[in-house]
Design a protein. Sequence first.
Lengths: 264, 345
Amino acid sequence: MIPNAPSLVAEGITLSRDTRRILDRVSLAVTPGKFLAVIGPNGAGKTTLLSVLSGLLKADDGRVMLNGREISGYSPAERARHCAVMRQDNARPSGMTVLEAVELGRLAHNAADDARPLARQMLWQMDLSDLADRDCSRLSGGEWQRVAFARTMAQLSGAEASGLLLLDEPISSLDPLHQHQLLGEARRLARDGHGVLAILHDLNLTAHYADEVALLAAGRIHSSGPASEIMQPSVLSEIYGCRMTEIRDGGQRALVSLPLPSVG
Amino acid sequence: MNAARENDSRRRGRAHGRLWLLASLFPLVLLAASALGAVNIGLADLWNLVAAPAQVPEIVRAVFWEIRLPRVLLAALVGAALALAGAGVQGLFRNPLADPALIGVSAGAALGAVVCFFFGWEGLLGGWLLPLAAFVGGWLAVLVLGIFNTGFAAGGTAKLILAGVALNAMLGSALGFFLFSASDDALRSMTFWTLGSCASAQWPQVVVLLIFLAIGGMLLWRNARSLDALQFGEEQAAHLGVSVVRVRREIIVAAALLVGAATAFAGTIGFIGLVAPHMARLLLGGLHRLVLPGALLLGAMLLVLADLGARTLAAPAELAVGILTAVIGGPFFLWLLRRPSSWSA
């Protein structure tokens, strides 16, 4: 394979439910080594797009190529060895410890013996070692989200060719410290040569961690490119319908949203 | 927080020990049930039956080998099959109230049997037409349900549960029609059958059921890790590499084989399929490599004990075993629920 060829390519993805068009000719590519953020208002089609990209949902038109092969040609187990996905709607099992949940990340990998040490390592990396023996049903929402991410990292470890990581709002329940920790890990995985795509709502963190941004609005790619180009207050204000402004602190810049000034 | 941590890990450590404890209790329960009955067999005779048959009275030998042992083994196999099916179906549907009856197999089997009684066919084919009709009835119901085993977008498992509820209601109507129109004699046979009994146990039935238990059990065992992953939700399980539609099909086929065969020989027996898997989860945690063997052992022991009650409590008359399963299992289950160190169900 050509180095730095995109590991995931979507071309002209179109999907309709009844008469409503949910995705309209969406094209994007995830490149190994890069962190791509997909942002956009509620109902823009982000989660549906993730289902199509991960091969769970078939588009009406267009195609998805994973490492040079159409994704529908993969068996679920084979797909799981190339592409790790963390969904937003992760049910929390009971009667299963955190360590056992993370070990299930290795389900599709043949050598099961490495599952336990690998799971322990991922928990340690996510600062979760203290919770290893806790029952999943007794975690807080934020703790469970970090456990799900640790499981996704365990799944990605040793992926064939360059792995692909798809994350759907992975930080929605996390406190600021752990938001930075999780996105930092995701970016590190990109630097290690994996392709990372994350659906995010926090524009400030997106500007900080993403290399590339695709802005999805009403089922279409409004714009996409390097984060520094897309994350402009003027563009974002228009798409989200609220006021975006930029503040600077030392050498770092941050995006802040403010309500529209009331009229009259 | 530290105490809680220790609790969870210690519980997991103890789970394997508890499974071994159940496994060693099992032969004791079998032995006790084989000794007790209309003719009580002492421990010495029990030993001699194997070691020195000539020293045991002829009548005791006949009772043990031809009546007692096949009946105890049939009860164990029926209980094991129902509990295994329940563990699989509950894991698949992620619903604590899911019963193997939910997939329509028990109602279909009951309809097959009731049709047999209605036309007075239960004695045909040397008595084998009745279990055959029950098994076929159960399978037809499951085949109808199989139409609804589609992908995620169509509503997946939720749709399957709703289809099962509707199917059960329709089969219940048909069952009601036959019960309503039956003669008094046929009605009595039907009622006794629908309350369950292991009284018709013979060696050929034990062998047939053992084969079904082996096939169904292996189908469930090879999907044990997939069932664990399904607890995260079907979509997330698919991302982890589970072929969700295939796993659903295999679990339902396994449950249909297990419940169909058990019901064919022992009638409809409730409670065990619903509660034995929960007992296993409370004792052993939620991983299916522990839950499946645990449910198998608990279901087998529960039904052996219930059947022991059925044939001794009102002797020489015989109670329907379905009446006793909840009487024996219910208090134990409630006690487990109350224990603070149980896993959450």
